[in-house]
Every structure is written in C-alpha cells, then in structure tokens.
Design a protein around this ligand. Structure first.
Ligand code: PGA
Length: 242
C-alpha cells in the first residue's frame, strides 16, 4: 500500500474566527491537488467552523489533543467522540508540549490513541528526544521507549500516523539535519509492526526553505508544521514541496 504524503498544520493556541479565511485561500491554491493529504489542526474552538470551511475542498481537520474517556466529569477537556462529532478526522496525541506542560506519560498517550481510534479518528502519535537526550547519544533509546509505550498493541499501519519531532527543533528555527532525520525515520520504521505501511511525519521548524529536502527523504511521509502553518502562503509552499 503506498503511503500517501500527509502535510499537517498544528496551529497550537493560535487563531480566532478571522483565521478561517485560511481555508478559502488554501482551497484556491495548487496545494489541494497532487495526491497529497492536507490536514489542519486548529484550536478546539475553531474545529467545527474549520470543518465547515474546508468540507468541500478535500482539506481534513483535526484536533490537537483529546481525553482518554469519551465523556465524564473532566472540566475543560474534550473527548475524541466530540472531535469526531464536530467533523474532525484526525487528532494529535502526545505532542511534546502536552507531555511537558501537562505531564502526559506514554501510558496516557497510548490511552488517548486508543480513544481516538475508538471514536473513528486517526491519532497522530508524537515522539521525539530532548536536546540533552541527543547530546548524550540516547535519542534512539528515548524514541524507542516512547514508541513502545505510546502505540497501542493491535494497531495496524492504517490505524495511526507517527510524528517524529525532536523537542529541540520545535519552534526554535533549528531543524535536524537531513542525515539525522533519515536515520531516525528508518529507526522508527524498524521498530513498529508492519512499519513499511506506517506514515511517519517529521516536525520541528519545517518551513518553505527546508521542506523540499526533508520531504524528499525516503522514510519521511509528510510533515507536522507549527509556526509555518499559520500563514497560508508558507503552508501552501510546504505542501507543494511534497
Ligand atoms: P514548529 O512546530 O513547526 O513551529 O517548530 C512543530 C510542532 O510542534 O508540531
């Protein structure tokens, strides 16, 4: 089964209703054709409106996080079922900002991935080492452990997407080198069951200037883009590089 490239935008905690014009501009660009999948993960407040704006253009919408339960007494949280109900197709789980800011462990991430799949969403499971991990040569140990702990047993290649995001490359303008990305993506593919069919995205300061080189790497099946996904011009340029 060919791995369709996935270009995903993660808006993080950015975007008010006036940001919805993004979807008309994206829909009118060349990025929407060409055998690639486009996904935007806006803040939860915009998911339903983004689904409405993107619906007829083949642009998919995702959440940035979900709870492990489908409903319950969890003030402020959003379930996978709610995202699905709002029209989302994907949800990011285990982003390093969630792991750091909210103490999310691999066990929690795995439960969220299971909840997402159970609700009909495709989870994008994020992994990545810190700078200290890399400088001490432990990046494969750390990522290997995150993969083993965060991917539910029984998941097949079509059930999820992996995003490799070295923590030190996120929002820093510092990208991993092509050699380091290639090595880590090959490692990840070797670690997961039926890895040949699993889509593995790279994330961390992806921008129009570096997208082509990164997306051309054999084991890179797309990108998870933060800052550069907020402007339609840069998101389109990145997508057109895939
Ligand atoms: P960045 O964020 O592109 O701004 O580095 C990527 C991410 O956190 O998903």
């Amino acid at each position: 089964m060919p791995r369709t490239p996935l270009i995903a935008g993660n808006w993080k905690m950015h975007g008010l209703t006036d940001a919805l014009g993004f979807f008309d501009a994206l829909a009118g660009s060349g990025a929407v054709s060409g055998g690639r999948e486009l996904l935007v993960c806006p803040p939860a407040t915009l998911v339903a409106a983004a689904v409405h704006a993107a619906r007829n253009h083949g642009i998919r919408i995702g959440g940035q996080d979900c709870h492990t339960e489908s409903s319950g007494a969890h003030t402020g949280d959003i379930s996978a079922a709610m995202l699905r109900d709002a029209g989302a197709d994907y949800v990011i789980v285990g982003h390093s900002e969630r792991r750091a800011d909210h103490g999310e462990t691999d066990d929690i991430v795995r439960a969220k991935a299971e909840a997402a799949r159970g609700a009909g969403l495709t989870p994008i499971i994020c992994v990545g080492e810190t700078l200290a991990d890399r400088e001490s040569g432990r990046e494969e140990d750390v990522v290997g452990r995150q993969l083993a702990g965060s991917i539910p047993s029984g998941f097949g290649p079509a059930d999820y997407v992996i995003a490799y995001e070295p923590v030190w490359a996120i929002g820093t303008g510092r990208t991993a080198s092509a050699d380091d990305i290639a090595a880590m993506h090959a490692f990840i593919r070797s670690q997961v069951p039926d890895g040949e069919g699993v889509r593995i995205l790279y994330g961390g300061s992806v921008k129009p200037e570096n997208a082509r080189e990164i997306l051309a790497l054999d084991d890179v099946d797309g990108a998870l883009v933060g800052g550069a996904s907020l402007k339609v011009e840069s998101f389109v340029a990145i997508a057109e590089s895939a």
